[in-house]
Structures are given as C-alpha cells and as structure tokens.
Write a protein that binds this ligand. Structure first.
Ligand SMILES: [Cu+2]
Length: 145
C-alpha cells in the first residue's frame, strides 16, 4: 500500500533529521557552535637556590620578577587554564597570591622539594604571586577571559 510506504518514509526522514541535528548541536559534526577549548597546563618551577635573595634586596622590598626565582616568571593564560607549580629547589617554597594584588586569592602552603601544586584559573585578571617564605620571589600571571 502506497500510504504505508509514505508513513515509513516520513518516519525515516524525521529520525535522520533529528540525529544529524543533534550531532550538529553537540559539535560532533560540522563547525559546531564552538569547539571545546582544551585547557592548557603551564609548569612554573621554583629554580634551584631561588631561596637566596638578590644582593641588596631587603624584607619589605617588592618581589623581584625574574626567571632566576620562578621560571617562567611572566605567564599569560586563558580562563580555565591550569598552572602546575613545581618546587625544584632544595627547600620548601609557597605559591601564594599577594594580598590585594590578585582578583582571587590562593595559597599553596609550603611545597616540599620535588613536590607540586596545581591551580585552575577561573577569574580573569593579573595575579601577583610570591613565596611567603622567601618574599623576594615574584611571578605575574595574566589570565585572559
Ligand atoms: Cu620560597
């Protein structure tokens, strides 16, 4: 019967359209709305002997932004990216936001030699970070929206 074949054909078309539409909507095929961006993981290392302050630096002076201490000491990220802070020095260090100089505060606490600390940045802005135990060590992380 012709009408039964027509019903089957309509059902097949509807199912195909729904499946293809769903694949487009989820970005499985086609350009998609926005391919999901892979979060970047950036390593920042406390360098060996970075516990030694630079000559002439005294407590109360601002932290020094130099790859001799945190390496790299200037980093640009996007929201959702992760920093893996690694202590490659021979003494504990911290990875801590400076009060009033970061959009969100965090503090790794003491990270032992060979250990690491991870932080995911969810708020854009400039994060000024130092070591509470050796405040001559500074790093600036810029997080873009
Ligand atoms: Cu330190």
């Amino acid at each position: 019967m012709a009408s039964k074949n027509l019903v089957v054909a309509v059902v097949v078309v509807v199912v195909v359209v729904a499946v293809v539409g769903a694949l487009f909507a989820t970005g499985t095929i086609g350009g998609g709305a926005q391919p999901p961006r892979q979060a970047k993981v950036v390593r920042i290392v406390s360098m060996k002997d970075s516990y030694i302050p630079p000559e002439g630096w005294k407590p109360g002076d601002p932290p020094v932004i130099s790859d001799k201490y945190f390496n790299p000491s200037r980093v640009t990220l996007n929201v959702g990216d992760i920093v893996e802070y690694v202590n490659e020095d021979t003494t504990p260090h911290t990875f801590t936001t400076i009060r009033g100089k970061a959009p969100v505060s965090f503090d790794s606490g003491p990270v032992e030699p060979g250990k690491s600390f991870r932080y995911t940045f969810r708020t854009p802005g400039d994060y000024n970070i130092y070591c509470t135990l050796h405040p001559h060590k500074g790093v600036v992380i810029t997080v873009q929206p």
